[in-house]
Design a protein around this ligand. Sequence first.
Ligand code: PXP
Length: 241
Amino acid sequence: MPRLGVNIDHVATLRQARRTVEPDPVLAAAEAELAGCDSIVCHLREDRRHIQDRDLAALRRVVRTRLNVEMAIAEDVVEAVLAVCPDQATLVPERRQEITTEGGLDVVAHRRRLAPVIRRLQARRIVVSLFIDPELRQVEASQALGVSMIELHTGAYANARTAAARRRALARLRAVADRARAMGLTINAGHGLTYHNVRAVAALPGVAELNIGHSIMARAMLVGIRQAVRDMVTLARGAAA
Ligand code: PXP
C-alpha cells in the first residue's frame, strides 16, 4: 500500500508561461493534501523554469504532510534547499535541455560530488533520497553513501512499447526493489506513472511511496486537483478505482 507524493511543478509551469501569479502551486499543494496525498513534491531546477525560490519558502510554511524537494547538486540550489529545510530532498540529475528528468542519477560515477551534499543535507535532518535507474550497482553505491532512501526510475516501464518490454521492465524493478529492501533501504518509485500503468508498480512488494506529477496535473485540468489526486490515491493504495 504505497503512499502518494504529488508533484506540483506543472502548476508553476503554467504560471511561468505568462510570468504571472496564477495558478499558484502553493494552493495546488493545499488542494492535493485535502484530497489525501501523503507528500508534496517539487523540483527546484537550476534554471528555475517552474518552481521559484519563493514557492519553496511558501510551501515550507503551508505543507502539512511532508515536503520533498527534488534537486540537482548545484551550489545555489543546495543553499536554497538548506535555507527552507524540507522534510526530504531527492537528488536528481539535471540537464538543461531535457523536458523532464530523463534518467536516474549516476551515483557510481558521481559519488565523490554527491557525498558532501548528502552530508550537508543530513546534518540538517533532511531525509535524503537518490533517484536512480533500477540497477543493482546504483543501489549499492547509494547505500555506500549512507542514504536510507532511494527512488527507482520507472521511465523504462512507463515508456515500454510492447507488453513484453513492459513485463521485463517491471521484473527488473521488482528484482532491484527486493534487493534494496533486503539492504534495509526505503524504496520509492516514480516517473511516467499514469492512471493506466500505476497499479503494477503500486503492487510491487516494499514500495513505500509513488511520486507522480504529469498525469495527475493533466487530469486535474479536466476534473480538478482534488478529484485527480483522490483517484490516484485510490489506485496507489491498491483499492479498485
Ligand atoms: N520522481 C522524480 C524524481 C522526478 O524527477 C519526477 C519528474 O519531476 C517524477 C517523480 C514525476 O514524474 P511524472 O511527472 O512523469 O509523474
